[in-house]
Structure formats: structure tokens, C-alpha cells
Write a protein that binds this ligand. Structure first.
Ligand SMILES: NC(=O)c1ccc[n+]([C@@H]2O[C@H](COP(=O)([O-])OP(=O)(O)OC[C@H]3O[C@@H](n4cnc5c(N)ncnc54)[C@H](OP(=O)(O)O)[C@@H]3O)[C@@H](O)[C@H]2O)c1
Length: 274
């Protein structure tokens, strides 16, 4: 039965409690969007919700979920239906960095990263994309990475799962253009977020050298690309160079550099942050 309560137009952002996702939330709130932030830490979500509602005259809702759970996409979709949310913008951003040789990674971690980076975002595109087709309007931003452009050892799960997201978005975008639904893929380069351990990576120096960007810069560029219906957003000049020229470097050189730098080798594992 149709719900008689008026629909609430919102932008749904996965991984909206920190880093790039949170910066995108601010960018969209500034444009007047009500928000639904999704991540797996309720207390962080509450803090973000309070801060956003204080800064902008929009409603911000939160939903706690482990998006690596195979049921999470359907549960999130059903939750939105129960709340009468009309998801006009979907941002598939939640992600994690696993720096580890595949055989040193637990089966649970392998499943988690593949579900989080590929299965759940695809199901969310399927479910919310069908609703957007009905209304002939909608925007989907899928977050990949510049590491998607070629295989790197040590991130054999992370990089290729982001390659999937890039190719999926390109094909999905062509399908959805028939229904006036826009899909854009974001390929960020190094961005100063919780993905990096500040004890191991000199964030200040990387920012000063221009090899790393602030999440606000990435969010601003990607939201602009989304609403201008661009196929891809690659914020930063260095990152554009990497995306276009790194695929020409022979794979044996990459493997050699990684081995010599000691980035791969027995026992090298870092889950969640570099
Ligand atoms: N930072 C970079 O250099 C960089 C470069 C290229 C691509 N990216 C991509 O950008 C996206 C955002 O990353 P970020 O740099 O902003 O890192 P971040 O600050 O660590 O944000 C990741 C977000 O994903 C959420 N998340 C992680 N696992 C989850 C799970 N199982 N269920 C629900 N939510 C989960 C986190 O929520 P909790 O905090 O509650 O766990 C957090 O909100 C990721 O897809 C990442 O791969 C980042």
C-alpha cells in the first residue's frame, strides 16, 4: 500500500562519517540536500549529524550498518522505503584499505573488502537506480581510486576491486542515461583521511608537495563533476597524470620497485591504514 506521508528527498552517502564521504556530505548540505549518512559506527554518525544540522538548515539522518554484510544493501533500501526517503543522490563511498599479500589476508578480510567495494555498491545501484528510473531523475557517484588503473602488488584486493567499480560505473552510466539518471565515477589519489596512519605517512609534507589532497578538495571536484554529468572525476593534476600514464609502465618494473622497497615480502600486512 502507498504511504500517504510526503516523501523526503535525500542524498544517501555510505561511509559518510569521515574523510571523503563526510566532506561530500558537507558539500551536498551546502547545496540544500537533506542527508542520510551510513557507516558502521553509530557514535561517529551522531556527531556528524549534529554538526551538519548545526551548520546548515537541512535534515541529516543516520543509519548504522556493516556494509560488508551481504544483507546490508536490501536492509538499507527497505529502511529508506519505511522512512519514505526518496533517494535522489546516492554516493557509494564506504571503503577500507587492506595492504597485505593475498595469502596473508584472512578469509574474513577478503570477503569484507570484496563485499564492501563491489557487491554492496552494485546492489545499491540496482535497488536505488530502479527507483531513480521511475522518477526519471537521480545522481549516483561511485568512489573508485587512481589505483584502479593498473594492478599493484600488496593491494591485490583493494586496487582490482576499485577497477571493478570504475568499469561497472562506465557501463551502468550508459544504461542509466536512457532514463535521465547520471552516474559518475570518482578516482581520488592520495587524500588526507583516516585511511592513512599519520605515524607512518607524513601527511603535512605530502600535502605541501601536492601529492596528497584534502578531502574537501576531492569532495568539491567530485560533486561538481556529478552535477555536470561527467563520466569521471580525477581531482588533482598529478593524479590525472598517474591515471593516463602509469598504465604504460611495464608490470615487471612495478613488481621490482615494490620488492626493492620492501613493500611486499613475508608477513607484510597492514589492515585499514597505510
Ligand atoms: N584516502 C585516500 O587516499 C583514498 C584514495 C583513493 C580512494 N579512496 C576511497 O575513498 C573512499 C573513502 O575513504 P576515505 O579516504 O575517506 O577513508 P575513511 O576516512 O576511512 O572513510 C571510510 C568510510 O567508510 C566507512 N566504512 C568502512 N568500512 C565500513 C563497513 N564495513 N560498513 C560501513 N561503513 C564502512 C567508514 O566508517 P567507520 O569510520 O564508521 O568505520 C568511513 O565512514 C573509500 O572507498 C576509499 O577506498 C581513498
Amino acid at each position: 500500500m502507498e504511504n500517504s506521508i510526503p516523501k523526503i528527498k535525500i542524498a544517501l552517502i555510505t561511509g559518510g562519517s569521515s574523510g571523503i564521504g563526510l566532506a561530500i556530505a558537507y558539500e551536498l548540505a551546502e547545496k540544500g540536500y537533506n542527508l542520510l549518512l551510513v557507516s558502521n559506527q553509530g557514535s561517529e554518525l551522531e556527531k556528524c549529524k549534529t554538526a551538519i544540522e548545526k551548520a546548515f538548515s537541512v535534515k541529516c539522518y543516520s543509519y548504522e550498518a556493516d556494509l560488508a554484510n551481504p544483507q546490508s544493501a536490501s536492509e538499507l533500501y527497505n529502511y529508506c522505503a519505511s522512512q519514505n526517503f526518496d533517494v535522489n543522490v546516492l554516493v557509494n563511498n564506504a571503503g577500507m584499505l587492506v595492504f597485505s599479500e593475498v595469502i596473508n589476508t584472512s578469509i574474513e578480510q577478503v570477503n569484507t573488502i570484496l563485499q564492501l567495494h563491489m557487491v554492496t555498491p552494485t546492489l545499491l545501484c540496482n535497488l536505488f537506480g530502479a527507483k531513480m528510473r521511475e522518477s526519471k531523475n537521480g545522481y549516483i557517484l561511485n568512489v573508485s581510486s587512481i589505483s584502479a588503473v593498473m594492478p599493484y602488488p600488496g593491494i591485490s584486493l583493494y586496487g582490482p576491486s576499485k577497477t571493478y567499480m570504475r568499469h561497472f560505473t562506465r557501463a551502468f552510466r550508459a544504461e542509466m542515461s536512457l532514463y535521465n539518471v547520471k552516474a559518475t565515477c570518482l578516482l581520488p589519489g592520495a587524500t588526507a583521511t583516516g585511511l592513512y596512519d599519520p605515524n607512518r605517512v607524513n601527511l603535512k609534507l605530502a600535502l605541501r608537495l601536492g601529492v596528497m589532497h584534502q578531502p574537501e578538495f576531492v569532495a568539491q571536484k567530485s560533486v561538481k563533476a556529478l552535477f555536470s554529468n561527467k563520466a569521471e572525476s580525477i581531482p588533482g593534476v598529478m593524479n590525472k597524470i598517474v591515471v593516463h600514464f602509469f598504465p604504460f609502465i611495464p608490470q615487471w618494473i612495478i613488481s621490482l620497485v615494490y620488492r626493492k622497497a620492501g613493500l611486499i615480502g613475508i608477513g607484510k600486512t597492514s589492515l585499514g591504514s597505510l
